[in-house]
Design a protein around this ligand. Structure first.
Ligand code: KG4
Ligand code: ZN
Length: 345
């Protein structure tokens, strides 16, 4: 099966062609960072307008790179939820237009499920059950993928997502936009033990997270200082803050696997591109004799290859095809039943 994926849920305009579910023939990502930089965050209306400008060339380039025409394809997969509604509507409208022009089937894809798909997409030998830590700009969720490949939620953030916490900290530290990658490079030059920031909810039973207090702790620390921090201090603050976020994420993910009787963890979402998180999760999984799958960075941040791959899987099972679907800013994902999130101890 040859599937075109389209992803426009936030501020990256993406298109990809995937063959036989996991062979990526092309994957194009056009980032809008320049358009949002002056506002130090994503401006929804600008994002939608930029998608309109970029989506045509991005889809065309994805087809050209794969050396295919629209009529060579077997279907189209498009992200229709959750995300910025104006951004989602652009991708959905383009997919519907391509359907009308070509008659190809279209499947609507959940963005969170697509991130989950990046794990088997980068490790074909993986068999469920496994636990996935999904960390992005809008979500921080621990999923359990069960033997039937259905995912349920073991825990999630009660306030800010991990990516949001890093973006806001970068803003407070004057590191610029986009914040996550800026925190990554500043932290790699700093001392993670410079300040002992709180590790929110680490000792709270269960698998939920909370990051808004950590952001406040950094804001209070900066407000109480009498001098402007030097570059070296900023690196140390970034490293200490990132260490607190990483400690919580790694420890909760490992206990989710251990306590629910799963021996494999996957890491997904834009924050999964973070060097410290990648190395710490690998170390901790090794120590606990758990296997870990961490996709290449370009499959962690938003991309359409994961959308096309999930779309292939759905078309193969005919779980959903063209039925006049709409875009939606939100989505519902089931919490795991008690038996799936049972504490083994
Ligand atoms: O999955 P994603 O690309 O888009 C959403 O679905 O939200 O995730 C974006 C998030 C942003 O918060 C961004 O700052 C963060 O991922 N991010 C990183 C890194 N690269 C992207 N955070 C830490 N280190 C990175 N290298
Ligand atoms: Zn995402």
């Amino acid at each position: 099966m040859l599937i075109l994926g389209i992803e426009t849920s936030c501020d990256d305009t993406c298109a990809a062609v995937v063959s036989k579910r996991d062979t990526i023939l092309s994957s194009i990502v056009s980032s809008q960072h320049g358009a949002h930089e002056a506002y130090r965050g994503v401006v929804p209306e600008i994002a939608a307008r930029e998608h309109i400008r970029l989506v045509g060339p991005v889809v065309r380039t994805a087809l050209e790179k794969a050396d295919l025409y629209l009529e060579d394809l077997d279907g189209i997969a498009v992200t229709n939820r959750p995300g910025l509604i104006g951004s989602l509507l652009v991708g959905v409208s383009v997919a519907k237009g391509l359907h009308l022009a070509s008659g190809l089937p279209v499947v609507p894809v959940n963005h969170l499920h697509a991130h989950i798909r990046s794990i088997p997409l980068s490790n074909a030998d993986l068999n469920p059950p496994y636990v996935i830590l999904l960390v992005s700009g809008g979500h921080t969720i621990l999923f359990r993928v069960n033997a039937d490949s259905e995912a349920c939620v073991l825990g999630s953030t009660r306030d800010d997502a991990a990516g949001e916490a890093l973006d806001k900290a970068a803003n407070l530290l004057g590191l610029g936009y986009p914040g996550g990658p800026a925190m990554d490079s500043a932290a790699s030059a700093g001392d993670p033990h410079y300040i002992g920031f709180p590790r929110p909810m680490l000792k709270t039973p269960g698998f939920d997270f909370s990051f808004s207090g950590l952001k406040t702790a950094l804001a209070v620390h900066l407000a109480e200082r009498r001098t402007t921090p030097s570059k070296e201090e900023i690196n140390n603050l970034a490293a200490s803050y990132l260490e607190a976020v990483v400690d919580v994420l790694v420890e909760k993910a490992v206990s989710a696997a251990v306590e629910t009787g799963v021996n494999e963890i996957g890491l997904a979402g834009g924050v999964a591109a973070n060097s410290r998180l990648r190395s710490r999760l690998t170390e901790e999984c090794d120590a606990q004799e758990l296997s870990v799958t961490i996709p290449p960075k370009e499959l962690c941040t938003d991309n359409a290859a994961m959308v096309a791959s999930l779309g292939t899987w759905m078309l193969e099972r005919e779980t959903s095809t063209w039925n006049g679907f709409d875009a939606s800013a939100t989505c519902r994902i089931e919490r795991c039943r008690t038996s799936e999130s049972r504490i083994r101890k």
